[in-house]
Design a binder for this molecule. Structure first.
Ligand SMILES: [Zn+2]
Length: 284
């Protein structure tokens, strides 16, 4: 089943009198949305009681929940202790999202720093291999239902081109791509426009990773302002300068009968824009 929902609590959530994240479940259900991404961007800090309340409400309302790991992860760091920290952020995100009833965790792979891109990419790949080894040690069979998603990134000095993410995902069966199409478009300076632009990414994914990972990929979507070094800031669907457009992506997803987990990351209008996205889909 294809799922669509917001990242985090949007402005409308608060304007309509809601306060706590567990209240998202009933609210999203009433609106016809089916997913919610919880951001641990600034650190994993959620108490057991709050996690349990979220788990029971989200499961009652059949809203799937996912987590965004802290933004500080960088698998192209030369320092071993920094790699351990990155692994720790993802492990903590998995522990927390499991308590909240979810199984998907998205993370930012790396940035080039002072390194040449090719060196940084191979270091990141080696360390993402190490990440999966450590996660298997820590979680054992509990990892088997997890979907860990390295994300495509929008700044030129970040690691996370489509081809790099696909390559990372060949390392382990639990690694699925997170395509942030706003990031991809920013990285390409506005290169994501047509049905064929999206289709090529989906076909490349199917070639590299097979049908299961393609069908159940993770998607982030928002319009994003970009400049010379790539991503500048997330926009809303009011934008008609930068893009990208959702409609051709919806068409590819429908025609290939994919069932991705789609998160709207608009700036403040995540729910209203997620509803616009949902309406572009013919089958669901
Ligand atoms: Zn992200």
């Amino acid at each position: 089943m294809l799922r669509i929902g917001p990242s985090g609590n949007c402005a409308l959530f608060y304007e309509t009198g809601h306060k706590h994240t567990y209240e998202e479940a009933e609210w999203l259900r009433s609106l016809g949305l089916t997913a919610f991404e919880y951001s641990f961007g600034r650190g994993v800090a959620i108490g057991d009681a709050a996690a349990e309340k979220i788990r029971s409400e989200f499961s009652r309302c059949d809203i799937e929940i996912s987590a965004h790991a802290p933004y500080y992860t960088n698998f192209a760091n030369a320092s071993e202790s920094m790699i351990e920290k990155s692994i720790g952020y993802i492990a903590a995100s998995i522990v927390a999202i499991k308590k909240m009833g979810g199984n998907r965790v998205v993370f930012h792979p790396a940035s080039c720093g002072e390194m040449q891109r090719a060196d940084a990419v191979s270091l990141a790949k080696r360390n993402i291999g190490l990440l999966m080894e450590k996660l298997r040690e820590q979680f054992g069979n509990d990892l088997n239902d997890c979907i860990i998603c390295p994300e495509t990134m929008g700044k030129l000095r970040q690691i996370g081109r489509v081809e790099e993410i696909l390559d990372f995902c060949t390392l382990d069966e639990r690694l699925y791509p997170c395509f942030d199409f706003g990031h991809i478009n920013s990285y390409l300076g506005g290169g994501l426009k047509t049905y064929d632009d999206y289709r090529r990414i989906i076909e490349l994914t199917a070639d590299k990773l097979g049908d299961e990972k393609t069908a159940n990929m993770h998607v982030h979507f928002s319009k994003i302002k970009y400049g010379e070094s790539g991503e500048i800031k997330h926009l809303t669907f009011e934008d008609n300068v930068y893009g990208p457009d959702y409609e051709p992506l919806a068409k590819v997803i429908d025609e290939y009968k994919l069932t991705p987990y789609i998160v709207c990351e608009s700036d403040g209008t995540q729910v209203s824009d997620a509803l616009i996205m949902k309406n572009f889909h013919k089958n669901d």
